[in-house]
Design a protein around this ligand. Sequence first.
Ligand SMILES: Cc1cc2nc3c(=O)[nH]c(=O)nc-3n(C[C@H](O)[C@H](O)[C@H](O)COP(=O)(O)OP(=O)(O)OC[C@H]3O[C@@H](n4cnc5c(N)ncnc54)[C@H](O)[C@@H]3O)c2cc1C
Length: 383
Amino acid sequence: MFRKDSASDATFRKQVRSWFEANLPRELRGRTVRPPPADLMVWYKLLSERGWIAPHWPKEHGGMEATLSEQIIIAQELGRLSAPHLPLQGVNHLGPILMRYGTHEQKQRHLPPILRGDVIWAQGYSEPGSGSDLASLTTKAELKDDHFVVNGTKIWQTWAHHADWMFTLVRTDPEAKPKHAGISFLLINLRTTGVKTKPILNIAGDDEFSQVFLDDVIVPKENLIGPLNGGWKVANDLLANERLFTSSPQHALEVVHRITRLASANGRDGDPVFRDKLAALRIRIIAQEALFWQAADLIANGRPLGPASSTMKLIATSNLQAATDLLVDVADTHGADVRRQSVGDDDLDVTRIFLQSRRATIYGGSSEIQRNVLARRVLGLPS
Ligand SMILES: Cc1cc2nc3c(=O)[nH]c(=O)nc-3n(C[C@H](O)[C@H](O)[C@H](O)COP(=O)(O)OP(=O)(O)OC[C@H]3O[C@@H](n4cnc5c(N)ncnc54)[C@H](O)[C@@H]3O)c2cc1C
């Protein structure tokens, strides 16, 4: 680990570890595909009741207002037990945006159900023709008196087929130049007439995302967040948060844990070539941890991350993929076997976690796009 716990952090870690060990249902550990909502939300609600679902939220909104080290300790301890990935679009992405841009009524209405886990949120940014070039999006929202009429389609929405609501980007001024000046940030209840969702399977056979079709959907005007045609800034603040959360070293460390378990079970841990590869991977992750702490420190002090969020996403996702490559390598002749593999009294997923990690260099802005950002904003190269 990059940092040593202070005395109070060590006490907190002990408390968190023993509570997680006692309360995280065994059947939810080590899953590479998200369990169905009915199972997963049990864990969400347990964390919520304990007051630990939103460590970074301020107390006035029901959060824990945890210190930076406490937040990281929680993430590390969840990773240690291979806890399942919860649908945290509400807690991590929308919550901080509502606190910043929402009206009093919007906060009152939407923050408590997010905390309690009564509502699952999806993120409706990408469209079939607008992923990397997000500002070209065409889903249209026409303002008529007290409501918008929304038409269009969104794609790759994580868990939208299980979600209740979607925060989304819509075009409210088709004539605006530049294009991003005509975009607004809107909340859509997915149970509204005219909304359809169609699940999509990913390479690991997981129906992790869906396409959402919006056909003359009536959305009350009070669901607009921030100014009309001012959604681009809101959207980008949210994306910077998203990159920070996806850059947590925890994802790669969780894979390292699987690698060491497998290697000690099949004897590869005595192989000097393997040990060399594992050491190199661990060093990369330690460097990532250092960067993550630095970025988290900046945010905690109210400073913008800027292009550092792109550097972090690039490093974090390439480390994750390097870790899953090594996991498949350690599995030897079982490296292409999609079934769970026996490890002592236990079993673990190898191939599916490798397949699942391929997506990391696409979501939240692909690696090519992050490199473009760095080329322009850090190196000053022409667009
Ligand atoms: C697992 C997963 C979950 C996702 N969840 C969500 C979600 O919840 N909500 C949501 O809105 N979206 C989501 N997405 C969509 C994601 O944001 C987009 O896939 C991503 O932004 C890329 O857009 P695209 O798929 O349209 O690819 P394109 O933009 O068509 O890109 C195709 C390829 O061309 C490259 N490319 C494009 N433009 C350039 C350029 N200017 N320079 C160099 N290379 C370029 C890209 O890097 C990529 O390799 C998710 C994606 C994945 C994989």
